[in-house]
Structure formats: structure tokens, C-alpha cells
Design a protein around this ligand. Structure first.
Ligand code: FES
Length: 115
């Protein structure tokens, strides 16, 4: 094994695994798992953007301000607790469950109707 191969394996150990609820209103939701390369300081919304760019551009998430906690549009359930995807920092090597908010009409993937 070349040194560079070994370094690549070590880098993968810091990947984060996102378990994301997928589907749309009127259909049965499914949980899809994605491995996302970890970057220092990345938010869960950044991880979702990585999935959209590199794995599936159809993954739907609502957002606007992207980091100011001003719009609250990126609210989702993270490991069962409501939070803003743009302000929750990813942890290297972690596994995170991300779901749409409960109690609001579901549109698609992580997007629900706003109040
Ligand atoms: S995108 Fe505005 S609060 Fe997260």
C-alpha cells in the first residue's frame, strides 16, 4: 500500500454520515445514508449542499440566510431535536439523523410548509 492510499483511508475516518429522510408528500418517506467529507467548521447545511453538489441535486432543503440564524427556514430535526441546519456544526466521524420538522405539512425531503 502506498503512503498516499493510507492517508486517504485516514481522511475517510473523519467523514460524517448523514441519515436523511427523503420523499415527498403523499409517499412513504425513506431514510437515505450519505457519507460526506468533513471540513473544519462545516455546518450540517454545508453537508447537505455537498450532497446536492456531489450525490443528488434533487435533495430538497429550505434555506435563505445560510448562516445568520435570521430566516429560520433551515429548521429541521437533528437527532430528534429541532435546530437550524446552518448553525449546527458537523463533528468529524459523527453520524447524524436529519428529518423534516414534525407537525407541519411535509413538502419534500427536508422541506415543510412555513408558518
Ligand atoms: S438558513 Fe437562515 S437560519 Fe438557517
Amino acid at each position: 500500500m502506498r503512503l498516499s492510499d493510507k492517508e486517504g483511508e485516514e481522511a475517510n475516518m473523519s467523514d460524517i454520515k448523514l441519515q436523511v429522510t427523503r420523499g415527498e408528500a403523499g409517499a412513504e418517506p425513506a431514510v437515505v445514508s450519505y457519507d460526506v467529507p468533513y471540513r473544519e467548521g462545516m455546518s450540517l447545511l454545508d453537508a447537505i449542499f455537498w450532497i446536492r453538489e456531489h450525490r443528488d441535486p434533487s435533495l430538497t432543503v429550505r434555506y435563505s440566510c445560510r448562516s445568520a440564524n435570521a430566516c429560520k427556514e433551515c429548521t429541521a430535526l437533528v437527532d430528534g431535536k429541532a435546530g437550524f441546519l446552518c448553525s449546527i456544526r458537523a463533528k468529524a466521524g459523527s453520524e447524524v439523523r436529519v428529518e423534516p420538522l414534525k407537525g407541519r405539512p411535509w413538502i419534500r425531503d427536508l422541506a415543510t410548509e412555513l408558518d
